[in-house]
Write a protein that binds this ligand. Structure first.
Ligand SMILES: [Zn+2]
Ligand SMILES: [Zn+2]
Length: 156
């Protein structure tokens, strides 16, 4: 594989929002919850976790929509592209993998991913075809936040 590009760069579809991250992702995963489905406009969400400290917006300004008591999601108000997921009080951001300029640099494999969260909510005609761990509800990542909120709602 070619060298991984650091800083990691990305942005929205129209280019109004651009960001840069100085550190590689520390985790990532797939989320099959209904909220992610709607927020991404896809069958599931795919995110990479980056430390907030290394992340900065280099162009434009994200708008945020609060999708639950736990988190809000950042998007471009011009083109509507979803860009990130921010748990309240977390040290990381979940950056939508598809917003990276080079998502091919950071494949979600064993050791770099929590796997699939909320598979109980998965769209039935979509088949997961990898060997990553599967969690009926949240991933470990999600569970920590759910514990904090003592919620049992299967959404984030
Ligand atoms: Zn845009
Ligand atoms: Zn989700």
């Amino acid at each position: 594989m070619s060298e991984k590009r650091i800083p990691v760069t990305g942005g929205c579809l129209c280019g109004a929002i651009r960001y840069e991250v100085t550190d590689p992702p520390f985790d990532g995963g797939y989320c099959h919850c209904k909220t992610c489905r709607k927020a991404y406009g896809g069958l599931f969400g795919v995110w990479l976790g980056f430390k907030r400290a290394g992340f900065r917006i280099t162009k434009g300004e994200l708008r945020f929509y609060r999708t639950s008591e736990l988190a809000q999601r950042g998007f471009c108000e011009t083109c509507g592209s979803p860009v990130m997921y921010a748990y309240d009080g977390s040290e990381g951001y979940g950056i939508n993998a598809g917003s990276l300029d080079h998502p091919e640099d950071w494949p979600l494999m064993d050791g770099t991913s929590f796997g699939h969260g909320f598979v109980d909510s998965k769209v039935p005609w979509h088949t997961i075809d990898d060997e990553l761990p599967r969690y009926p509800q949240g991933t470990k990542h999600h569970d920590a936040a759910l514990d904090r909120a003592d919620g049992s709602d299967q959404r984030d």
